[in-house]
Design a protein around this ligand. Structure first.
Ligand code: XMP
Length: 305
């Protein structure tokens, strides 16, 4: 386990030395990794760091407001409202890797605009050890390690947590005094709710996915899952009131894991599952069914795409 007493001052000193008087940017997603990296780098270089939060429209419920509150103390924080541009770019796209690619590209474009504006020479990233391993295996393209450095010509990349596991990052986050909502937060994928929507991304599916993920996070908190999520996986017939509907099927998933590379589906009590079902089917007129995913990783992955 990481020794935070030495890790934090060492990392701050290393960032300071690497960046010097130059400017840096970091893509802040609200997840524990990028938040911790941003807090470390801000401690090292203050407003020479511009943390950039891009609202892709694929974020969790309330995420943008939370970012504003938590990181408002950083005067240099930039919030980019890009929801419409992402939805437009994704219109009609159904292939999972193509979706990831489009999101990655659009993200880079939004981020690059700010990086150029603030004359940034350095890119700070919240990359952690398992990200590097999974990217080497190319199981899925992770846009938090690929993409950015190749497109934007930075003088250097700063990855203060490159050798840490997720639980160690949480230790560092606590040491830095980040709020529990950040330090204890479940991992959330870079492409956001897009990997929790099978097929085309539409405003309605996003609305269903966002609310369902909120319900699941709330209801399953006591199980302390590595990740608990909800995905819109297709359509099926249901009965609502007196009418048959051909509505969305939402799959609920809750897993235990240390690093996301393998995972075990959690056993959830029936009453909780029924409460989740009732809240999700009640959240939108077009949700017909809620199912619970009992598959471990392997053979399934954690996310649906
Ligand atoms: P899978 O679905 O491959 O996920 O079992 C393993 C871990 O990685 C996260 N994940 C992603 N994170 N960009 C990311 O930044 C992605 O494209 C991506 N896909 C999956 C996932 O949430 C889990 O924690």
């Amino acid at each position: 386990m990481v020794d935070t007493d030495t890790f934090v001052p060492d990392a701050v000193a290393e960032i300071d030395e690497q960046i010097g008087d130059a400017n840096a940017v970091i893509a802040l997603s609200g997840g524990v990794d990028s938040s911790t990296a941003a807090a470390l780098a801000y401690e090292a270089i203050g407003d020479q760091l511009t943390p950039v939060y891009v609202d892709t429209g694929l974020m969790r419920k309330g995420e943008t407001e939370e970012i504003r509150e938590t990181f408002g103390y950083m005067d240099s924080l930039r919030i980019v409202e890009a929801q419409d541009r992402f939805l437009d770019a994704l219109e009609g796209v159904t292939d999972p890797e193509e979706k990831r690619h489009i999101i990655g590209e659009q993200f880079i474009r939004e981020f690059e605009t700010v990086a150029t504006n603030v004359d940034a020479d350095y890119l700070v990233q919240g990359t952690i050890y398992p990200d590097r391993i999974e990217s080497e295996g190319t199981i899925k393209s992770h846009h938090n390690v690929g993409g950015l450095p190749e497109v934007v010509d930075f003088e250097g990349i700063v990855e203060p947590m490159r050798d840490l596991y997720k639980d160690e990052v949480r230790e560092v986050a606590r040491e830095l005094g980040l709020e529990e909502i950040i330090s204890e937060r479940m991992p959330f994928p870079g492409p956001g709710l897009a990997v929790r929507i099978i097929g085309e991304i539409t405003a309605e599916k996003l609305e269903v996915a966002r609310e369902a993920n909120h319900v699941v996070e709330e209801e399953l908190e006591e199980y302390e899952p590595w990740q608990a999520l909800a995905a819109v996986i297709g359509k099926a017939t249901g009965v609502k009131g007196d009418n048959r509907v051909h509505g969305w099927v939402v799959s609920v998933r809750s897993v235990e894991s240390r690093d996301g590379m393998t995972a075990r589906a959690q056993e959830i009590d029936w009453e909780t599952l029924q409460r989740i079902q009732s809240r999700i089917t009640g959240s939108h007129e077009n949700v017909a069914r809620v199912v619970y995913d009992v598959t471990h990783k392997p053979p399934a992955t954690i996310e649906y795409e």
